[in-house]
Design a protein around this ligand. Structure first.
Ligand SMILES: [Zn+2]
Length: 370
């Protein structure tokens, strides 16, 4: 076992083995607290693989009418929820005996895509990538001709198409470059419901809940918000990249760099491990609050992107039919998904917790300054 700076029991208490453990831990941590914390559950119709109840839970720490709010969100991409949920638990403990600055509150949004978390998928119950779902569905849907060109090669319908699949993708890469290839595959598409990075045809249940949370807590009336949405899967192993998708040169980018420091990256400028994307949750917050919000994606690296695409392809092929959770092939695909987005080694876990603490401290300090 690798030695760690943080005690092993702290890591074990933060990181859950599965969605159900994370869900129950979060509720217990919030409800056991002495001080007043508003806890609420948003339940989904679907169930988990062992028939468990799926829900998004929220908790509020601090004064109800605080004018400054830090939002910490986990599980936007389901299976990526292990890291975000751990940061939430750690933070609930960490701030327990410390007073938040006056006039500031923390909102925790736990497992905004509980289906994906429970079923070890990136997408939700409708095959939708929640982080491509925040577009205006009253307008013509965005077109992604690159994905259309690659759709069959990415997820072959029949066995014989596999032989040419890699060839098709290699040719596309040679013609357009790695960046354009990644944009075509992962930038978002609204055409293939069984496909990768599918944004949907309407607002998902998670998006509707997100909007309800926003309205119920009257976030539009607050003076300032900072949002940290925790993800995993892109970038160097265990490194927590701060990705900022606000327009280059905007007030929010300047605030992010002042508060979080020089490591902030911008997909629009090509400085991030993430490429520009359609329908991000960021755009919802930006549209509602304009320059009163700074939204960042905290992305923890795991393994390389080629391997990630491969694991995702296998998961999407698996879910073309109803699945048997205990079948050996299902177990194999799901173990690969879990490992790809949650390596679970002590060094990885520790870097997640420490980077999480660092950012939260920076956000709280930054908001108390202005
Ligand atoms: Zn993600």
């Amino acid at each position: 076992m690798l030695p760690t700076l943080l005690p092993a029991d702290l890591l074990a208490a933060c990181f859950s083995e599965d969605y159900v453990t994370a869900r129950d831990r979060f509720r217990q941590h919030v409800c056991d607290r002495q001080e007043d914390s508003r806890y609420k559950e948003f339940v989904y119709r679907e169930k988990g693989p062992s028939d468990e109840k799926l829900l998004t839970a929220i908790a509020w720490q601090g004064k109800a009418d605080a004018s400054k709010v830090l939002v910490i969100q986990s599980g936007t991409h389901g299976v990526e929820g292990f890291a975000g949920a751990a940061i939430q638990i750690d933070n609930l403990n960490y701030w327990q005996n410390r007073l938040l600055p006056d006039d500031m509150a923390i909102l925790y949004i736990h497992a905004i895509n509980p289906y994906g978390f429970a079923w070890l998928r990136r997408v939700n119950e409708a095959g939708i990538d929640l982080n491509r779902n925040f577009i205006d569905f009253s307008q013509t849907l965005p077109d992604n001709p690159g994905y259309r060109e690659l759709a069959t090669a990415l997820l072959p319908e029949i066995e014989t198409q596999w032989s040419t699949a890699n060839e098709v993708m290699d040719t596309y890469r040679q013609q357009h470059g790695q960046l354009k290839f990644e944009e075509a595959v992962s930038g978002g598409q609204y055409e293939f419901a069984n496909g990768l990075f599918y944004g949907g045809q309407s607002a998902s249940q998670s998006r509707l809940y997100m909007e309800a949370i926003f309205d119920e807590l009257e976030l539009a009336s607050r003076q300032q918000l900072a949002v940290i949405d925790v993800h995993t899967g892109l970038g160097p192993f265990a490194y927590g990249e701060i990705i900022c998708d606000h327009p280059p040169g905007s007030k929010a980018v300047a605030w992010a760099k002042k508060v979080y420091g020089e490591s902030v990256t911008e997909p629009a400028l090509g400085t991030s491990s993430s490429v520009p994307k359609l329908g991000l949750i960021d755009y919802f917050w930006q549209q509602r609050l304009q320059d009163r919000v700074c939204f960042i994606t905290l992305e923890f690296g795991t393994y390389d992107v080629a391997q990630m695409f491969e694991v995702l392809r296998q998961d999407h092929l698996l879910h073309r039919q109803p699945i048997d959770w205990n079948n050996s092939h299902t177990r194999q695909v799901k173990q690969a998904m879990r490992r790809q987005f949650y390596p679970a080694t002590p060094d990885w876990q520790e870097m997640v917790i420490l980077r999480g603490r660092q950012l939260i401290q920076q956000a709280i300090y930054g908001m108390s300054e202005n």
